[in-house]
Design a protein around this ligand. Structure first.
Ligand code: FES
Ligand SMILES: [Fe+2]
Length: 388
């Protein structure tokens, strides 16, 4: 059984879509802001490129190439001291600009080596940490996603939900905006009888609409404010590299994908709601108590629903890996449009890198290695503690 082709080897649209990377010259959500305490460091990966993300002891988030200049030990297993990241092995310390600033052992009469590691712009918005993995000088001219409903003095209620799915990012994108998979959600019924009424591909996005019955299943159906919201219609977009939906200007979501490698995608969903109805009576909950309701809804409805999608995408990945060279049939024109956009954006990125003579992200040598052993985890598993 042969492996699916690389992007360069791919012949069909499906093969290309399933092998394409994502253009790193956008802001990508990498972690929940409250998941990283002061002094903590962790690895984040974009298309095979590893970055050590840490919050320094003053509270500032910093991202640096995940590689010590001494012997390439990942800095993500290191420790944070002040605003520096210190390598776990011989204790070489790097300052906030990535410059080697300290070597705590004998230099044998040698000069301190001059080393500078690559650092990455980091921001926080909507409870998420964002990194710009592309050319740093483009970072300020590329906007982070702006969600007006989550801004201002009365933002809509929103609680992020995140998953890591063992599937290619294009499978996730196909899944969220393609409503032919109503069968999968026969328990929760997030949409029913969907008819595609608009499909509008543009240079940077695919806009689409469905006439569909939204949110008629599960306990949360009773909370949907159908007097104020038109729940017979949904607008969606794959606004590269993000995805969103809007039901009656009342129920919305954004999905931010982090393409980790060819078969792993982390997904961050921001579902947000303008109002919730008190079940069975014509009253609405005050905005202040909506966050706890969403948290409860995430547990009993939204997360289990998204798990159905994640399991389906992982099964699709498995099927693709085994049967990629069998003919496939795709009937939804929206899926063709998503795949065309993914391929086009990746080709544009590859062409820009080639014009600069630069090596594209994720190619040989850029990463795609398994995560290093975490010393704390090894200790917890009963192995000898790593040297301090
Ligand atoms: S490998 Fe990092 S200090 Fe030696
Ligand atoms: Fe779904």
């Amino acid at each position: 059984m042969s492996k699916p082709p690389s992007f360069e080897q791919a012949k069909t649209k499906r093969e290309k879509a399933r092998a394409a990377g994502m253009d790193p010259n956008y802001w990508y959500a990498v972690e929940l802001d409250d998941a990283l305490a002061k002094g903590a460091v962790q690895r984040v990966t974009f298309w095979g490129m590893h970055v050590a993300l840490y919050r320094d002891e003053f509270g500032t988030l910093r991202a640096i190439e995940d590689r010590c200049a001494h012997r390439h030990v990942p800095l993500s297993i290191g420790v944070v001291k002040g605003d520096r990241i210190v390598c776990q092995y011989h204790g070489w310390g790097y300052d906030k600009d990535g410059k080697l600033a300290d070597i705590p052992h004998d230099l044998f009469g040698m000069q301190m080596p001059k080393c500078k590691l690559r650092t990455f712009p980091v921001k926080v918005r909507y409870g998420l940490i964002w990194i710009f993995f592309g050319d740093a000088d483009r970072a300020e001219s590329v906007a982070l996603p702006y969600i007006p409903d989550l801004e201002g003095s009365e933002p809509w209620a929103c609680v992020p939900v995140d998953f890591t799915v063992k599937a290619h990012h294009s499978m996730v994108i196909d899944n969220v905006s393609d409503f032919t998979h109503e069968f999968l959600h026969r328990k929760f019924k997030p949409f029913a009888d969907a008819k595609l009424t608009k499909l509008e591909p543009t240079e940077d996005a695919v806009y689409l609409s469905y006439d569909t019955k939204v949110g008629h299943g599960g306990v949360t159906a009773h909370f949907i404010d159908r007097v104020q919201a038109d729940t017979d219609h949904m607008d969606l977009a794959y606004q590269y590299p993000y995805q969103w939906s809007n039901t009656g200007n009342h129920i919305k979501h954004w999905l931010f994908v982090l393409p980790i490698d060819e078969r792993t995608t982390r997904t961050f969903y921001l579902f947000h709601f303008k109002s919730f109805k008190v079940p069975f009576v014509p009253l609405r909950f005050p905005r202040q108590i909506m966050a706890p309701i969403i948290r409860a809804a995430n547990k009993v409805h939204i997360r289990p629903l998204l798990v159905e999608d994640a399991v389906a995408c992982e099964a699709e990945q498995d099927g693709w890996d085994k049967h990629w060279n069998q003919p496939t049939a795709e009937v939804n024109p929206a899926v063709h449009a998503f795949q065309t956009l993914t391929i086009k954006k990746w080709e544009q990125y590859l062409a820009r890198e080639a014009a600069k003579g630069a090596r594209p992200i994720g190619m040989a040598g850029a990463g795609l290695v398994s995560a290093p052993l975490n010393p704390k985890k090894r200790e917890a598993e009963g192995e000898a503690p790593a040297a301090e």
